[in-house]
Design a protein around this ligand. Structure first.
Ligand SMILES: Nc1nc2c(ncn2[C@@H]2O[C@H](COP(=O)(O)OP(=O)(O)OP(=O)(O)O)[C@@H](O)[C@H]2O)c(=O)[nH]1
Ligand SMILES: [Mg+2]
Length: 260
């Protein structure tokens, strides 16, 4: 649940306005997998739509209550990758990285899991608090595609929920899983991608320095190391901005003298 400072940041950067005692839930996934259908089913008429600040990309936020807990659901634009190529992808990426939602639901198309799982691995590097939702199960059934959910859960290390959102099937189970992760009743243990020896060595070289900077309180240190290796300057500048602009930050003082 965001504290007052984080809530202010969500308002300033993303025009997302959680009330007190409200969990923030992000809805991510490839384009056209049924995110907005799920969003509409869960939030009904309790929605507000506008634009992401400074962007011509739609921003939809809506509310629901489950087991006496309040949730603010944010419908993100469709994205294939966290390594962004479009304005939509940048909005989704920035919200997942800097909005730091309590839970991120990643919606997948059951008929093309392989392509969709790439995003799951990328998001799980940012945050462990993930629930995977496999939607369009009716289409998969028509195509005789069978999915072994328990094996997929074991492989990914997070909960996997089947849904047919257009018919409202599976949405209570989805809410139960969101509730479990938000309340800390389930602790997801996402599998991490192992990269080539060279990359892993470079990550291990960077990790102690990143930890010295105290970044681990805000971002996953391994994720920061991988982004440093990517060398995406736009993202690195945003990470630095985020770290230096939070009140009371001693990031710059710590950064003095540490050569990456
Ligand atoms: N057959 C079937 N169709 C679905 C299901 N869920 C959503 N759809 C349909 O899939 C299409 C895309 O759904 P959206 O909810 O707009 O998908 P989205 O992920 O929000 O799409 P973008 O915002 O463009 O990325 C719509 O025509 C939905 O009616 C489902 O479970 N089964
Ligand atoms: Mg949508």
């Amino acid at each position: 649940m965001p504290d007052a400072q984080h809530s202010k940041l969500l308002g300033d950067l993303f025009a997302i306005y959680p009330k007190s005692e409200e969990f923030v839930i992000a809805l991510a996934g490839n384009p056209n997998v049924g995110k907005s259908t799920i969003f509409n089913s869960l939030t009904g008429l309790k929605q507000h739509t506008g634009n992401w600040p400074g962007k011509t990309v739609d921003n939809a936020q809506g509310r629901f209550v489950f087991k006496n807990e309040n949730f603010l659901l944010v419908d993100l634009p469709g994205t294939y990758s966290i390594l962004t190529h479009s304005m939509e992808e940048e909005v989704a990426r920035d919200f997942l990285c800097f909005g730091r939602p309590d839970v991120t639901i990643i919606v997948l198309d059951a008929t093309c899991l392989e392509r969709n799982l790439n995003l799951v691995l990328q998001v799980m590097e940012i945050t462990p608090n993930v629930v995977v939702c496999i939607n369009l199960m009716d289409e998969a059934r028509k195509k005789n595609i069978r999915i072994n959910f328990s094996s997929l859960e074991k492989d990914l290390g997070v909960s996997v929920v089947p849904t047919t959102a257009r018919q409202g099937i599976g949405l209570v189970l989805l809410k139960e899983n969101i509730f479990q992760v938000a309340k800390g009743l389930t602790t997801p243990a996402p599998v991490k991608v192992n990269y080539s020896k060279e990359i892993e060595e470079a990550v291990n070289h960077l990790l102690p320095k990143i930890e010295q900077l105290g970044i681990g309180r805000v971002f996953d240190p391994r994720w920061v190391a991988l982004r440093l290796l990517d060398g995406d300057n736009r993202l690195l500048e945003k990470i630095a901005f985020y770290l230096t602009s939070s009140p009371g930050s001693d990031f710059l003082a710590k950064a003095e003298g540490i050569a990456l």
